[in-house]
Design a protein around this ligand. Structure first.
Ligand code: F6P
Length: 344
């Protein structure tokens, strides 16, 4: 079978491990031809690709990033893009395309399958853990570990200076990274997009802490967290070149508001793309490997328009159409009944 694969959207620890698993089983069990497209859909449109073999993947399991490169572009937004994708399928006699991507790439995959019946399937990737249909995406645990390590380090400097450290983590419109890192790192409070925050309540909580002679605090804020309406001014930063809402900067607003209202000294730490770089954790390596193997099996089953997912302990398949265009937000009981118990 001639199987193409691409990595799309933001990079994420574990991408190379997925590619490695697809190639290993594709070659050794199915005797497939594996074609890696460079730079996501751009490579499919422009027919820029590389033939993959087992040797080329040697040493890639622990490597962050993606050996194929990635982009956020979308063939539907590019003049002649969709026609070019269809031409590539025909010219290269592709019998399958495995799309390893986040919400954006998986929506495109779902649409191409629905519109033209192309033999496409998906693997859920993102540090944000916000893909509908799966319990976990690979990359999430690594991002949480990196954020937790940062918070661990911030405790000691915060305590030495009696400061409030406001730590901004990624996650777009879901609070998964913030909640997990907040629980794991022993945050004083965690602010997430799913529940608008009241800055006065945050300050009151910090003040109560001071009354207990706890002068250092860690406030974890998700990049997509929003204050309750009318309480704090948040400038709209518009969209990036792919039409995604620009996020980032909420920690500075929160820190400033805390200083103004309490006079406690505050500092801002934006962990940023460090959360996405470098080697995947062991958990993510195993998950990526399982997803890669499940994806090549799904291709041989002709499971087009499907997404491999983790449900409980099992890797299963769900229709891409069920996941496309939806955001999986935090399980509120985890935030309310676990994280919140430790606030203050
Ligand atoms: O979706 C992954 C993610 O890291 C988000 O958490 C973050 O908002 C965004 O990508 C950053 O995107 P970019 O790499 O385009 O700056």
């Amino acid at each position: 079978m001639r199987v193409g694969l691409l990595t799309g959207g933001g990079d994420c620890p574990g991408l190379n491990a997925v590619i490695r698993a697809i190639v290993r089983k594709g070659k050794t069990v199915y005797d497939d031809e594996l074609i890696g497209f460079y730079d996501a859909w751009d490579g499919v449109i422009e027919q820029r690709s590389i033939s993959l073999d087992v040797l080329m993947l040697r040493g890639m399991l622990p490597k962050g990033g993606t050996m194929l490169g990635t982009r956020r572009g979308n063939p539907y937004d590019r003049e002649g893009g969709v026609e070019a994708v269809r031409k590539t399928f025909a010219d290269m006699q592709l019998e399958a395309l495995i799309v390893i991507g986040g919400n954006g790439s998986l929506s495109v995959a779902s649409r191409l399958h629905a519109d033209f019946g192309l033999p496409i399937l998906g693997v859920p990737k993102t540090i944000d853990n916000d893909i509908f249909g799966t319990d976990v995406t690979f990359g999430f645990h690594t991002a949480v570990q990196i954020a937790t390590d940062a918070i661990d380090r911030l405790h000691t400097t915060a305590e030495s200076h009696d400061r409030v450290m406001v730590v901004e983590v990624m996650g777009r419109h879901s609070g998964w990274i913030a909640t997990y890192a907040g629980i794991a790192g022993g945050a004083t409070v965690v602010l997430i997009p799913e529940e608008p925050f009241d800055i006065d309540e945050v300050c009151a909580l910090l003040a109560r802490r001071h009354e207990r002679a706890r002068y250092a605090s860690i406030v974890v804020v998700a990049e997509g967290a929003m204050p309750i309406e009318g309480s704090l001014e948040i400038a709209d930063r518009g969209v990036d070149r792919y039409g995604h809402k620009r996020l980032g900067g909420i920690a500075s607003i929160v820190a400033e508001a805390i200083e103004e209202r309490t006079s406690y000294e505050a500092r801002v730490v934006q962990i940023g793309h460090v959360q996405r770089g470098g080697t995947p954790t062991a958990y993510d390596r195993v998950l990526s490997t399982r997803y890669g193997l499940a994806a090549i099996d799904a291709a041989h089953d002709g499971a087009w328009g499907q997404l491999v997912v983790l449900r409980g302990r099992e890797v299963e398949r769900v229709p891409l159409a069920d996941a496309a265009g939806r955001t999986r937000t935090i399980d509120m009981p985890l935030y309310r009944d676990v994280a919140k118990v430790f606030f203050g």
